[in-house]
Design a protein around this ligand. Structure first.
Ligand SMILES: [Zn+2]
Length: 305
């Protein structure tokens, strides 16, 4: 008896679904119902979260051992969210790290990594688990090992004297990668360490502390464009670091603060610029005036920082 009821029910469902398929008018626009919208948006958020937490198949896309940057046509949205499962990284060298040059502008060119002092022959180690995407010579970087990690980052170890890994090797954090040296365009032996996300370099000091603690600055970090542009950093000193720990903080940091300055007797653009810690170029741009514009006493200028 039970079986018969089930069969009837099954037939009913089948015929109904066939009927529904043939009659498109039956389709209900689900977006009309606000409760469904809510569920929908929750699902979307869960989807995003999953993408960042579940280890990605990191060899699925843009996996090319022959080029340093296989991501040339990729655009991604800032601020960028980065996640780390641990609170420390494995030190790429086996002794105290002495940073000899930082991420930033250097001798009229961008320096897209950080230089750590070493002696030729010193062993180098992977900072995180990952897969070797590249282990070959490139002009400038010399013998180079590029490791792709499961959070989407790549770490690059350049100027090696000897390779210790092959392309497509799966490695764990702390695994031996090769020996440091001076290959390529290097002034003296050092490790040129680069941290890239989809081909874009990130100032490594925004993510990591380069001392004996080997600390990752936070498990979740938001990266604004500023941290990917060597021109706004100086290779001779560490930039002031203010961590952005949520998307909201990252977006707020991008909103420029405006204030009004009233021109006083004796003011010049250069004096206003110095007193308000804002460049003359920025003053001119914000107020659509020229460097040689005459200022009136009582004139209001917008100061944007
Ligand atoms: Zn360097």
């Amino acid at each position: 008896m039970m079986k018969l009821v089930l069969n009837c029910f099954f037939l009913f469902i089948l015929s109904f679904s066939l009927y529904a398929q043939k009659t498109p008018e039956l389709t209900i626009d689900l977006s009309e119902f606000s409760f469904i919208k809510t569920i929908d948006s929750v699902n979307t958020e869960v989807g995003v979260l999953k993408d960042t937490i579940v280890p990605l198949d990191i060899k699925a896309d843009y996996w090319d051992s022959t080029v340093y940057n296989p991501y040339k046509d990729v655009n991604f949205k800032f601020p960028l969210q980065l996640q780390f499962k641990d609170s420390t990284y494995y030190s790429p060298i086996g002794k105290n790290k002495v940073v000899t040059s930082r991420y930033g502008w250097r001798r009229g060119r961008p320096h897209k990594g950080i230089d750590i002092d070493l002696v030729t022959g010193d062993s180098l180690f992977a900072m995180f688990d990952g897969i070797i995407r590249m282990s070959r010579y490139t002009s400038g970087h010399g013998r180079t090992v590029v490791v792709r990690h499961y959070n989407g980052l790549e770490t690059v170890y350049a100027h090696l004297s000897k390779y210790g890994v092959k392309e497509n090797d799966t490695i764990a954090r702390g695994d031996y990668l090769g020996k440091g040296g001076t290959s390529g365009n290097a002034r003296g032996s050092h490790l040129h360490l680069v941290v890239n996300y989809k081909g874009v370099s990130i100032n490594p000091e925004y993510l990591f502390e380069f001392n004996d603690q080997n600390r990752i600055r936070a498990n979740e970090l938001w990266v604004t464009k500023k941290w990917t542009r060597p021109i706004v950093h100086n290779s001779k000193r560490q930039s002031k670091i203010q961590l952005l720990l949520s998307e909201k903080e990252a977006i707020t940091s991008l909103i420029k603060q405006q204030s009004i300055y009233v021109v006083k007797s004796g003011d010049t653009l250069s004096r206003i610029s110095k007193r308000n810690n804002v460049s003359i170029a920025s003053l001119c741009k914000t107020n659509t005036i020229k460097r040689n514009s005459v200022l009136r006493i009582g004139q209001k200028l917008v100061i944007e920082k």
